[in-house]
Design a protein around this ligand. Sequence first.
Ligand SMILES: Cc1cc2nc3c(=O)[nH]c(=O)nc-3n(C[C@H](O)[C@H](O)[C@H](O)COP(=O)(O)OP(=O)(O)OC[C@H]3O[C@@H](n4cnc5c(N)ncnc54)[C@H](O)[C@@H]3O)c2cc1C
Length: 284
Amino acid sequence: MRYDVAIIGSGPAGLEAAITLKIRKKNIILFGKKDSSAKVRLAEKIDNYLGIPAVSGSELADRMLDHAKRMGVEINDTKVSMIYPYGEYFALQCGEEMIESSSVILCAGVAPAKTIPGETDYLGRGVSYCATCDAAIYKEKKTIVVSYSKDYEEEALFLRKYASEVIYIPMYDATGLSLENITVQAAKPLEIKGRMKANTLVTDSGELSFDGLFVLRDQIAPSSLVPGLETEGSAVKCERNMSTNIPGLFAAGDITGEPFQLVKAAGEGLTAAFSAVKYLASKG
Ligand SMILES: Cc1cc2nc3c(=O)[nH]c(=O)nc-3n(C[C@H](O)[C@H](O)[C@H](O)COP(=O)(O)OP(=O)(O)OC[C@H]3O[C@@H](n4cnc5c(N)ncnc54)[C@H](O)[C@@H]3O)c2cc1C
């Protein structure tokens, strides 16, 4: 089955795109956190969301989710680790699954400002963003997981079912953390090195060799998520209708650059949805 539109991100941009596409009766799939966006929830008091003054981020997120649910929007809590543009359609790697969609709207929030030197150069050549997708490739091999969130501890345990060794490097406060049959190591990654394939992680406490290295963080740089996607700095380059250089691929919200604001994100989500509808119509 091929969806009309796949939306990546359940923050204000993604949810607005989703409800607009539901109104236009499109067959959509929405990926993101079930509780919307950590960023929205962090705001103590929001004063510039038109019509809802002095609202807390948490309340606004709940209202957005409730609105989306009423419109029949469901959230698929799976991280999309790769989007392949194939001309007529897109293939999306979501965990172990691959799904197809005729168009895509990227609403994944601000891209990470910093990657580990060498990370993007070796992506797909010893470096991966998804342990559940690529675990089987590293059967009986030595692996390292650099994890930016507690949420990825499960993914490391899954990887350990295949790999002979998993070294887990938490980039968050993980005092006292213990994971079964996994070495939890405090270190700061400085560089990924190798030749044809990556094989060494340089850290502040020495070098670690590996067959496979997993970098697990919520946000993936847009150009790593979609091969060939044009960016300006870390933001996705867009036209006024939110189209990108890849036909059928649109972007909205913080991922398109400043200002990083809720109303701008929601507005771009709506524009991107309208543009996706137009694109689908042009394809018949
Ligand atoms: C403390 C704080 C206070 C703020 N206060 C205000 C304010 O008062 N007013 C204002 O207008 N703005 C405020 N903002 C900014 C506002 O929160 C953002 O501009 C807004 O959340 C951007 O929405 P978005 O949908 O573009 O991205 P986000 O809200 O960042 O949502 C991104 C979504 O994408 C998902 N995602 C990312 N990558 C993937 C992937 N690969 N696969 C699947 N899902 C993925 C994430 O899980 C998340 O659900 C504040 C931000 C912070 C941090």
